[in-house]
Design a binder for this molecule. Structure first.
Ligand SMILES: [Zn+2]
Ligand SMILES: [Zn+2]
Length: 188
């Protein structure tokens, strides 16, 4: 990993903090108030994949019509500050698999930093919108997969070139013989 922190001070408003950075290996992810900051990997194996999710849970927890996400290995993800400033909401009643999904929010500003599930121990489903270097959304972090695409709002277009998954799409392959329950109700 490189220690160099390039691009400190991006040419736009970073919110309440101005210490986001990126280099070719890693980038910062910061909540709206700046109290929680993480460093996430930009390359495999630390970066496992990028996806958009249109499920109901993602709409609710993101307070938006879909969520932009990427999967990172915990072993390659670290906190700069604020891990103790997270509050966690966990539930399993609406997940397709019945597995628990835990949502970690900044206690101060409410930003959802990541979700983590018993479905995938050792990984986090990070929220893309908290990455400080916006250019990464068009490069390394551009979504390659969409899941629960059957729930996509009619005015949202598919991401060009992204695999269109129904229900959990390619994620279901990672499950050991776990059958999808009612697709229409599915959530990740
Ligand atoms: Zn915050
Ligand atoms: Zn989802």
């Amino acid at each position: 990993m490189s220690d160099s922190k390039q691009s400190v001070g991006f040419p736009y408003n970073q919110g309440q903090t101005n210490d986001g950075w990126s280099n070719e290996d890693e980038a910062t992810a910061t909540c709206a108030c700046g109290k929680v900051q993480m460093v996430i990997p930009l390359k495999a194996p630390g970066l496992q994949g990028t996806f958009v999710c249109h499920c109901t849970d993602c709409r609710k927890v993101s307070a938006s019509m879909f969520a932009t996400n990427f999967t990172s290995l915990d072993s390659h993800t670290r906190f700069v500050r604020g891990e103790d400033n997270l509050t966690v909401f966990s539930q399993s009643s609406t997940t397709t698999t019945g597995e628990t999904m835990a949502n970690s929010f900044c206690k101060t500003c409410g930003t959802l930093m990541f979700r983590a599930g018993t479905i995938a121990p050792g990984t986090r489903f990070m929220r893309g919108g908290i990455i400080d270097d916006h250019s990464l959304h068009d490069t390394m972090l551009k979504p390659k997969v969409e899941i629960f695409s059957e729930h996509r709002a009619a005015w949202v277009s598919p991401v060009e070139g992204a695999e269109q998954g129904k229900g959990m799409g390619p994620f279901v392959k990672d499950k050991k013989g776990d059958e999808k329950k009612e697709e229409g109700q599915g959530k990740l």
